[in-house]
Design a protein around this ligand. Structure first.
Ligand code: ZN
Length: 198
Protein backbone atom coordinates (compact mmCIF):
# COMPACT_ATOMS: atom_id res chain seq x y z
CA UNK A 1 0.00 0.00 0.00
CA UNK A 2 2.81 2.36 0.92
CA UNK A 3 4.60 1.70 -2.35
CA UNK A 4 1.36 2.25 -4.24
CA UNK A 5 0.97 5.59 -2.49
CA UNK A 6 4.51 6.68 -3.31
CA UNK A 7 4.35 5.91 -6.99
CA UNK A 8 0.64 6.77 -7.30
CA UNK A 9 -0.53 3.64 -9.06
CA UNK A 10 -4.26 3.09 -9.41
CA UNK A 11 -5.76 0.35 -7.26
CA UNK A 12 -8.99 -1.60 -7.12
CA UNK A 13 -10.76 -1.45 -3.79
CA UNK A 14 -12.97 -4.42 -2.92
CA UNK A 15 -15.60 -3.17 -0.57
CA UNK A 16 -17.22 -5.85 1.59
CA UNK A 17 -21.03 -5.85 1.29
CA UNK A 18 -21.73 -9.00 3.29
CA UNK A 19 -19.38 -11.85 4.21
CA UNK A 20 -17.63 -13.09 1.06
CA UNK A 21 -19.38 -10.60 -1.25
CA UNK A 22 -17.52 -7.58 -2.52
CA UNK A 23 -18.12 -4.66 -4.82
CA UNK A 24 -15.09 -3.43 -6.74
CA UNK A 25 -14.45 0.29 -6.93
CA UNK A 26 -11.86 1.36 -9.43
CA UNK A 27 -9.70 3.17 -10.00
CA UNK A 28 -8.84 4.51 -6.59
CA UNK A 29 -5.70 6.38 -5.59
CA UNK A 30 -4.19 6.55 -2.16
CA UNK A 31 -4.09 10.14 -1.05
CA UNK A 32 -2.80 9.92 2.48
CA UNK A 33 -0.55 7.56 4.36
CA UNK A 34 -0.45 7.53 8.14
CA UNK A 35 2.18 4.99 9.21
CA UNK A 36 1.56 5.64 12.92
CA UNK A 37 -2.15 4.88 12.87
CA UNK A 38 -1.51 2.31 10.16
CA UNK A 39 -4.17 3.70 7.89
CA UNK A 40 -4.38 5.12 4.43
CA UNK A 41 -6.99 7.29 2.79
CA UNK A 42 -8.07 6.94 -0.77
CA UNK A 43 -9.90 8.87 -3.38
CA UNK A 44 -12.17 7.50 -6.05
CA UNK A 45 -10.96 8.70 -9.42
CA UNK A 46 -13.21 9.97 -12.13
CA UNK A 47 -13.22 7.07 -14.57
CA UNK A 48 -13.06 9.13 -17.74
CA UNK A 49 -10.55 11.68 -16.56
CA UNK A 50 -6.98 11.39 -17.60
CA UNK A 51 -5.35 10.44 -14.35
CA UNK A 52 -2.05 12.03 -13.59
CA UNK A 53 0.22 10.98 -10.75
CA UNK A 54 -0.27 14.29 -8.98
CA UNK A 55 -4.05 13.74 -8.73
CA UNK A 56 -4.62 16.58 -11.10
CA UNK A 57 -8.22 15.90 -11.98
CA UNK A 58 -10.67 18.56 -11.18
CA UNK A 59 -12.33 18.77 -7.81
CA UNK A 60 -16.04 18.70 -8.80
CA UNK A 61 -15.48 15.58 -10.92
CA UNK A 62 -13.70 13.91 -8.06
CA UNK A 63 -16.42 14.82 -5.60
CA UNK A 64 -19.06 13.54 -8.02
CA UNK A 65 -17.27 10.23 -8.52
CA UNK A 66 -16.87 9.77 -4.78
CA UNK A 67 -20.54 10.54 -4.17
CA UNK A 68 -21.61 8.13 -6.91
CA UNK A 69 -19.44 5.37 -5.48
CA UNK A 70 -20.88 5.96 -2.00
CA UNK A 71 -24.41 5.91 -3.36
CA UNK A 72 -23.86 2.70 -5.33
CA UNK A 73 -22.38 0.93 -2.33
CA UNK A 74 -25.17 2.14 -0.13
CA UNK A 75 -27.84 0.87 -2.51
CA UNK A 76 -26.15 -2.49 -2.99
CA UNK A 77 -25.84 -2.99 0.71
CA UNK A 78 -29.48 -1.98 1.20
CA UNK A 79 -30.63 -4.47 -1.45
CA UNK A 80 -28.54 -7.26 0.01
CA UNK A 81 -29.72 -6.66 3.59
CA UNK A 82 -33.38 -6.38 2.62
CA UNK A 83 -33.34 -9.48 0.43
CA UNK A 84 -31.64 -11.47 3.13
CA UNK A 85 -34.16 -10.33 5.77
CA UNK A 86 -36.99 -11.54 3.53
CA UNK A 87 -35.30 -14.89 2.79
CA UNK A 88 -34.94 -13.84 -0.86
CA UNK A 89 -38.64 -13.86 -1.62
CA UNK A 90 -41.12 -11.25 -2.77
CA UNK A 91 -43.07 -10.23 0.35
CA UNK A 92 -46.29 -10.20 -1.68
CA UNK A 93 -46.16 -13.20 -4.03
CA UNK A 94 -43.26 -15.24 -2.51
CA UNK A 95 -41.41 -15.33 -5.83
CA UNK A 96 -37.89 -16.63 -5.17
CA UNK A 97 -36.23 -15.69 -8.46
CA UNK A 98 -33.44 -13.45 -7.14
CA UNK A 99 -32.68 -11.66 -10.45
CA UNK A 100 -36.32 -10.47 -10.40
CA UNK A 101 -36.22 -9.31 -6.78
CA UNK A 102 -35.64 -5.77 -5.66
CA UNK A 103 -35.44 -3.87 -2.40
CA UNK A 104 -38.25 -1.33 -2.35
CA UNK A 105 -37.99 1.74 -0.15
CA UNK A 106 -41.10 2.39 1.93
CA UNK A 107 -40.17 6.07 2.10
CA UNK A 108 -38.07 7.16 -0.89
CA UNK A 109 -34.35 7.68 -0.33
CA UNK A 110 -34.55 11.33 -1.39
CA UNK A 111 -36.71 12.10 1.66
CA UNK A 112 -35.35 12.71 5.13
CA UNK A 113 -37.04 9.62 6.62
CA UNK A 114 -36.09 7.50 3.64
CA UNK A 115 -33.08 5.85 5.22
CA UNK A 116 -31.46 2.80 3.67
CA UNK A 117 -32.34 0.60 6.64
CA UNK A 118 -34.07 -2.77 6.48
CA UNK A 119 -37.01 -1.35 8.48
CA UNK A 120 -37.57 1.08 5.59
CA UNK A 121 -37.38 -1.67 2.98
CA UNK A 122 -39.48 -4.49 1.61
CA UNK A 123 -38.29 -7.22 -0.76
CA UNK A 124 -40.55 -7.19 -3.79
CA UNK A 125 -40.45 -8.71 -7.26
CA UNK A 126 -40.11 -6.25 -10.11
CA UNK A 127 -43.85 -6.10 -10.90
CA UNK A 128 -44.94 -5.65 -7.29
CA UNK A 129 -42.20 -3.09 -6.72
CA UNK A 130 -43.37 -1.03 -9.67
CA UNK A 131 -47.01 -1.39 -8.61
CA UNK A 132 -46.01 -0.23 -5.11
CA UNK A 133 -44.07 2.74 -6.46
CA UNK A 134 -46.97 3.75 -8.70
CA UNK A 135 -49.53 3.45 -5.88
CA UNK A 136 -51.35 0.63 -7.61
CA UNK A 137 -50.51 -1.63 -4.70
CA UNK A 138 -50.50 -0.43 -1.11
CA UNK A 139 -49.28 -2.09 2.06
CA UNK A 140 -51.20 -1.07 5.18
CA UNK A 141 -49.41 -0.68 8.54
CA UNK A 142 -50.78 -4.11 9.56
CA UNK A 143 -49.05 -5.64 6.53
CA UNK A 144 -52.18 -6.26 4.47
CA UNK A 145 -51.96 -5.75 0.71
CA UNK A 146 -54.43 -3.40 -0.93
CA UNK A 147 -54.88 -3.18 -4.67
CA UNK A 148 -56.06 0.14 -6.11
CA UNK A 149 -59.83 0.18 -6.61
CA UNK A 150 -59.41 1.06 -10.27
CA UNK A 151 -57.41 -2.13 -10.86
CA UNK A 152 -59.84 -4.25 -8.88
CA UNK A 153 -62.57 -3.41 -11.35
CA UNK A 154 -60.55 -4.00 -14.49
CA UNK A 155 -60.72 -7.18 -16.49
CA UNK A 156 -57.53 -8.46 -18.07
CA UNK A 157 -55.30 -11.51 -18.29
CA UNK A 158 -53.74 -13.65 -15.54
CA UNK A 159 -51.15 -11.07 -14.50
CA UNK A 160 -53.88 -8.71 -13.36
CA UNK A 161 -56.23 -11.38 -12.06
CA UNK A 162 -53.75 -13.61 -10.25
CA UNK A 163 -50.69 -11.39 -9.93
CA UNK A 164 -52.41 -8.26 -8.60
CA UNK A 165 -56.12 -8.62 -7.80
CA UNK A 166 -55.42 -12.05 -6.28
CA UNK A 167 -53.32 -10.52 -3.48
CA UNK A 168 -55.88 -7.93 -2.39
CA UNK A 169 -56.49 -8.47 1.33
CA UNK A 170 -53.66 -10.93 1.91
CA UNK A 171 -50.84 -10.25 4.36
CA UNK A 172 -47.26 -9.73 3.23
CA UNK A 173 -44.61 -12.10 4.43
CA UNK A 174 -42.57 -10.31 7.09
CA UNK A 175 -38.98 -11.05 8.20
CA UNK A 176 -38.46 -13.42 11.09
CA UNK A 177 -36.30 -11.02 13.06
CA UNK A 178 -38.44 -8.30 14.67
CA UNK A 179 -35.88 -5.55 13.99
CA UNK A 180 -35.95 -6.33 10.26
CA UNK A 181 -39.70 -5.90 10.01
CA UNK A 182 -41.11 -2.88 8.21
CA UNK A 183 -41.58 0.12 10.49
CA UNK A 184 -45.40 0.52 10.91
CA UNK A 185 -44.99 4.29 11.16
CA UNK A 186 -43.29 4.43 7.77
CA UNK A 187 -45.88 2.05 6.30
CA UNK A 188 -48.59 4.35 7.62
CA UNK A 189 -47.08 7.42 5.91
CA UNK A 190 -46.68 5.54 2.67
CA UNK A 191 -50.12 3.95 2.84
CA UNK A 192 -51.62 7.42 3.24
CA UNK A 193 -50.13 8.34 -0.13
CA UNK A 194 -51.59 5.20 -1.69
CA UNK A 195 -55.03 6.14 -0.35
CA UNK A 196 -54.64 9.74 -1.56
CA UNK A 197 -53.68 8.54 -5.03
CA UNK A 198 -56.77 6.34 -5.14
ZN1 ZN B 1 -44.13 -10.33 -6.22
Amino acid sequence: MRAAFEIAVPLIYFNGIVPSQYTPIAPIYLTHDDPIKERVEFQVAWPTAEIKPDFDFDEPARRYATRQAHYRLHQQRFRENVLRAYSRQCAVCRLREVPLLQAAHIIGDTESRGTATVANGIALCAIHHLAYDRNLLGIAPDGVVHIATRLLHEIDGPMLKVGLQGFHGSPIQIPRRPRDRPDPELLEIRFGRFRDAA
